[in-house]
Design a protein around this ligand. Structure first.
Ligand code: NAD
Length: 245
């Protein structure tokens, strides 16, 4: 087991990729706090992971929620070793129709949420002189799709935030990396991927099929583990070859 004795927070850990990461971390011996704005789903997710997990309802874009999340994590487990900034929203809209509300909500969750959680967690990790922060970006940090200019902007900025955090947190032995998933089939995304208008995009996955949350979870478990002790400030593509083709 790669993560025995570690305590992790997984934001947006109630569903989809985040739940896959939480489940894998528990299987690797970590104690996991599932921090999700959907309190009921978070509680259900934590219950399925039994003693390995607890849920803390939190909206990562709200500073007071983030403060409470860190306090409750330390209250329950006494330390915080790993943060996965996974919570994200995708609110598809053509650029001409992107309202200020859609723009601000996208940036608030996908970027400001990672800043708030990352800074609060890093303050704890810096004192421990050990920490791992993993930001879940997207291939959309590097390429654009229709109706996703605001989403691509948030994920591109998240990659640059990752690099800036890596520079400033290196002296504290807090390692910061990003994972950029390609299409990953979740309860939410699988029906979208089944639509005819998505087949061109899916056809660009060289391996011929979407990934699964377990694929991203395996990469996250690696980056959080001692095996990744010299990997810092980089982006790991988990995209089935999408960006190579
Ligand atoms: P999902 O919608 O299935 O799950 C997202 C989770 O985040 C939900 O449980 C939701 O309640 C929670 N959440 C949303 N806003 C929140 C907030 N403000 N505070 C706390 N929790 C919040 O999404 P997913 O497909 O599993 O995506 C997870 C991450 O991976 C996102 O950052 C997404 O951008 C990224 N990603 C997904 C794909 C994909 O194909 N599924 C591809 C690339 C990147």
């Amino acid at each position: 087991m790669k993560l025995t004795g570690r305590t992790a927070i997984v934001t947006g850990g109630a569903k989809g990729i985040g739940f896959g990461i939480a489940r894998r971390f528990v299987a690797e011996g970590a104690r996991v706090v599932i921090a999700d704005v959907d309190a009921d789903a978070g509680a259900r997710a934590a219950a399925t992971l039994e003693d390995g997990a607890r849920a803390v309802p939190a909206d990562v874009s709200r500073p007071a929620d983030v403060t409470r999340l860190i306090e409750q994590t330390l209250g329950s487990f006494g330390r915080l070793d790993i943060l996965v900034n996974n919570a994200g929203v995708s609110l598809p809209a053509a650029f001409l129709d992107v309202s200020l509300d859609i723009w601000e909500r996208t940036l608030a969750v996908n970027l400001t949420g990672a800043f708030l959680c990352g800074q609060a967690a890093a303050r704890v990790m810096a004192k421990q002189r050990w920490g791992r922060i993993i930001n879940i970006a997207s291939i959309n940090a590097f390429m654009a799709e229709p109706h996703a200019a605001h989403y691509a902007a948030s994920k591109g900025a998240l990659v640059q935030l990752t690099k800036g955090m890596a520079v400033d947190l290196a002296p504290y032995n807090v390692l910061v990396n990003a994972i950029a998933p390609g299409p990953i089939a979740t309860e939410r995304s699988a029906p979208i991927f089944a639509r005819p208008d998505q087949q061109g995009m899916l056809g660009r996955v060289l391996l011929g099929h979407p990934g699964a949350p377990t694929d991203v979870a395996a990469a996250a478990a690696f980056l959080a583990s001692d095996d990744a002790g010299f990997i810092h400030g980089t982006v790991l593509l988990v995209d089935g070859g999408f960006l190579a083709g």
